[in-house]
Design a protein around this ligand. Structure first.
Ligand code: FRU
Length: 491
């Protein structure tokens, strides 16, 4: 294997499957992530895209439409079964979004502490070309009755709560019972918005029922909230170890190799005290005698050990999915990146893909990559996962100039590509369709659903399908079901 001149080779990953219960954690290594820079063009003009075009989401137009006039919309998910099949209900497509009130007097960047899970619906089976430009989603309101999710924090001290991402399981396509898995958040903050004590993140289940008639969709239930998992500090880092810990975004599924057993992937961090300089040669992942390898001491001297993301795994201990046990992480990114968010398990052609979203600004010192989707492929739910595309992990990035400093979504670097933060929180749907939300395009803030795009996935490689939609851009918020439930009456 010949690598890119001047760069180390990626780590060797066999894709070999391990027992899901085994204490084997695959590593997304520095040698792997280094392939992103290796394939980035150093000669582009400032503010262009330096990344391989086939891994870059096409430009979102700056005149994008709002999804809804009254609420900002960001992380979005669909109604799925244990195989991530996407269901419509009684002739309606339904999506669940983190929402925040646009009229409440706080800005888009303050949304996280005000996040509420909202739902939207639209008639199923209509092509994007015959829908309103913004996708035509009708806002149904909040899913959870006001304040009901606070029961999880009874007896603790907090000043504000929020509902963060998760997933929605249709428990049985012949009934209307649904199970919400989400991240219940409580913050204890002073008037200046600083934490008095670390935030509490609890992966939580709440059961409800979906209803629909000719005119609308609505939900009942979601009154009882069952805490499922809190980070234990042994397998997953907790707030006592790191006030900036990440623990959230549950996604449940069944493994066809273990029928009847339910698993959950989620965002975590490697357990241990923040700031301990202990990444290893395995975290770096260089091959023996690679002339471009870094030494462990060199890496630790940069402070890269502050970034230690992991993708967690838990196993359900009952059939009602109300009791879960931690298993060791599936992937760690020690000294590589601090956040691997909204992970999902995607099973295709006998291969197991983990897709996750990450940010440029959460990379460790010395490694770099864009905001977007990262992918890993193996032969089972626990594997020596191979990072997609040149061994790098990058699958679908925003147009980004890696030769220029990142800036932020709220304070752009004028020399950076004005679409480096165009989209985030991607979710890969059946057939490789990818939905996400618009963050910032040419300085205009989004809080709206992005145009859907399509990725063609084959083995450990992927590319944006430019024949899909308009040069690769589908309809805004075109989030279609690929299966109808069996309750259809009168449509
Ligand atoms: C991704 C994310 C999720 C979290 C939510 C909070 O966009 O960071 O991990 O659940 O946003 O707003």
């Amino acid at each position: 294997l010949s690598g890119v001149p001047g760069f180390p080779l990626p780590s060797i990953h066999t894709q070999q499957a391990y027992d899901p219960q085994e204490a084997y954690t695959a590593k997304w290594t520095r040698a792997d992530a280094m392939q992103i820079k290796a394939h980035s063009d150093t000669s582009v003009g400032a503010g262009q895209n330096s990344l391989p075009q086939q891994l870059v989401m096409p430009d979102v137009p700056a005149d994008f439409p709002a999804t809804n006039p009254d609420v900002w919309v960001w992380d979005t998910w669909t109604l799925i079964d244990k195989k991530a099949t996407q269901f419509s209900y009684n002739g309606w497509e339904v999506i669940f979004c983190l929402t925040a009130d646009k009229n409440a007097g706080y800005g888009f960047d303050d949304r996280h502490t005000h996040a509420r899970i909202g739902y939207f619906y639209r008639r199923a089976g209509i092509p994007a070309s015959r829908r309103p430009t913004n996708g035509g989603w009708i806002y149904g309101g909040h899913l959870i009755p006001e304040g009901a999710q606070e029961q999880v924090f009874a007896g603790t001290t907090y000043t504000i709560t929020a509902e963060w991402s998760g997933s929605m399981r249709l428990l049985d396509p012949t009934s209307n019972k649904v199970s919400l898995f989400y991240t219940d958040m409580a913050f204890n903050r002073n008037a200046a918005g600083q934490d008095i004590t670390p935030s509490q993140a609890v992966i939580t289940q709440s059961l409800g029922q979906i209803h629909a008639d000719f005119n609308h969709v609505w939900f009942t239930g979601f009154t009882k909230h069952t805490p499922l998992l809190r980070p234990d500090g042994v397998l997953y880092q907790n707030g006592a170890q790191n006030p900036y810990y990440n623990f959230r975004d549950p996604f449940t599924f069944e493994d066809p190799k273990h029928p009847g057993t339910n698993y959950m992937v989620f965002e975590g961090n490697t357990a241990g005290q923040r700031g301990v300089a202990n990444c290893t040669a395995e975290d770096l992942g260089y091959r023996a005698n690679d002339p471009h390898a870094e030494t462990v001491d060199q890496v630790l001297a940069t402070g890269a050990y502050y970034q230690k993301a992991s993708i967690g795994l838990a196993i359900a201990e009952d059939s009602s999915l109300s009791k879960w046990k931690f298993l060791p992480p599936l992937i760690s990114a020690n000294c590589v990146n601090d956040q691997t968010e909204r992970p999902q398990m995607y099973i295709k052609d006998g291969k197991y893909y983990i897709f996750t979203i990450s940010h440029r600004t959460t990379y460790a010192a010395g490694v770099d990559g864009p905001d977007g989707v990262y992918g890993f492929v193996g032969n089972g739910i626990r594997s020596d996962f191979q990072p997609m595309n040149y061994g790098s992990g990058l699958m679908l990035g925003n147009p980004t100039d890696l030769n220029e400093a990142a800036g932020t979504d709220y304070d752009a670097n004028p020399n950076q590509n004005p679409r480096a933060f165009q989209s985030y929180s991607h979710y890969v749907m059946p057939d490789g369709l990818v939905e996400s939300f618009i963050d910032t395009v040419e300085g205009r803030r989004g809080g709206a659903l992005s145009p859907t795009v399509k990725v063609r996935i084959r083995g450990d490689a992927s590319m944006v399908d430019t024949r899909y939609g308009n040069n690769g851009l589908g309809g805004y918020g075109d989030i279609a079901a690929n299966r109808a439930d069996i309750n259809i009456v009168g449509f």
